[in-house]
Write a protein that binds this ligand. Structure first.
Ligand SMILES: [Zn+2]
Length: 87
């Protein structure tokens, strides 16, 4: 059953992974992205595109600063609970 446990750990790690997904770029500037963990969308306003460096920095700063909502961590907790039930 040890391999099952490691599989569960991998699933939880994946669920908790926080990275930008669905990234799309406009003129090399990240225009849209989504948090892979909580699904929160991030968008660069079109008027911010005038300053590509700042727009890129702001985009990543907004992502770094956001707090993932509870759903993702609850989902991870559920995975652990379901996997450890009945042991
Ligand atoms: Zn998030």
């Amino acid at each position: 059953m040890e391999s099952d446990l490691w599989e569960t750990v991998g699933m939880v790690k994946h669920a908790l992974k926080r990275e930008l997904v669905d990234l799309s770029y406009v003129h090399g500037i990240p225009a849209f992205g989504r948090c892979g963990k909580c699904g929160r969308p991030f968008e660069t306003p079109s008027d911010a595109m005038a300053n590509p460096k700042k727009a890129t920095e702001d985009f990543h700063a907004a992502f770094a600063a956001h707090k993932c909502d509870q759903d993702a961590s609850q989902a991870a907790a559920r995975i652990v609970r379901e996997a450890t039930e009945g042991r």
